[in-house]
Design a protein around this ligand. Sequence first.
Ligand code: UDP
Length: 403
Amino acid sequence: MAQIREYIPIVGQSVIEDLQLLADRLRGKIIQHINSTAVGGGVAEILNRMVPLLKELGVDTRWDLIKGGEQFFEVTKKFHNALHGRKESITQRDFDIFMDASSKNIEEVVITGDIVFVHDPQPIVLVKKKSDNKWIWRCHIDVSNPNQKVWNFLKEFIGKYDSVVFSAPSFSQPLPIRQFLISPSIDPLSDKNKDLPQETIDVVLRKYGISKDKPILTQISRFDRLKDPVGVIEAYQQVKRYIDCQLILAGGAAVDDPEGIEVLEEVKEKAKKDRDIHILLLSQNDIEINALQRASTIIIQKSLKEGFGLTVSEALWKAKPVVASNVGGIPLQIKHKYSGLLCHSIDGAAFAIKQLLNSPEYAKKLGENGREHIKNNFLLTRHLREYMLLFLSLYHQGDVVYL
Ligand code: UDP
């Protein structure tokens, strides 16, 4: 794993010195992250890199997981969808299942943090264990238009935290506690994002039978309806009438996402016998994902809802032209017609894809601008800085932390 000094050539010496300065001020404090899965999805992706780097900077950082059975994760997935505004029938039984599993976790999870950093709704009830330490709730979901029943239920717990963090300004909600806006980030040196030799990319393409002779459109995402994989296929089919191309839909499973298998079946059904559609069920294989992104002509992220959309940052960092929905945190990353193309529908996605395939120079420029934008705003070093400032701010009452 990359060490902190290896980031100097990318972000500059002063950025790393700032991080060390902030870390020094956190000495003696234990930071404890808690979430529900170690692999799959954006939260695990970030913590896997952030935790070792904070440790290297000298901040005592730990990462614990809560446990939950099938029923619990079915309920939390329903909550997730409902918070994203999807219609879900949530019953009292769902709340009971959620509370039962939460009670078990309250018994089992040992709280060691001076600052306890709880990610997303699954472990939210743990805040009942709050003593004289500080608690942060980190919401990675787009809650701009949440189902009120679920939101009101969660609000009771959110109010017990010291602070809450959202990814985008539009997600902010009226709450009695301090709110922070901190966007997620990618690690430019992780296996997912580091430069790869062409040979490695070619090996992965050969492994999955993907041709280099036709343009490659790719969406990397968990098989989740909110990522609209079926909509991606429809957009591809529209494009394919005019331009011969291939589509890769690649995704794995996350233990806290039980819907994956069902959605995968829907996707396979939609793809039928088109040999140019490659549906890849990847186990956690960052090099392969990296290679597929780098091999792509265009990256798509046609989500119906999105917390932030790390896959968009990953694609832009690789200077790829991206067509993505104007939802959640995506417009923070893509300025329309400058660092990618935003779309609002399947037709819109198809139109944008055709435009980029027909104008390679324009597509290249969008990708280059996108890479610069990610470099300036969405790398892990910026994220580490903001989290450490947040930790320090918990010990200050006012809005400003003087360092
Ligand atoms: N990802 C992965 N394997 C997969 C699908 C996704 O490693 O099969 C990664 C993807 O590269 C990205 C993260 O999981 O880093 C997904 O984060 P995003 O914010 O795009 O969506 P989320 O899954 O959190 O809704």
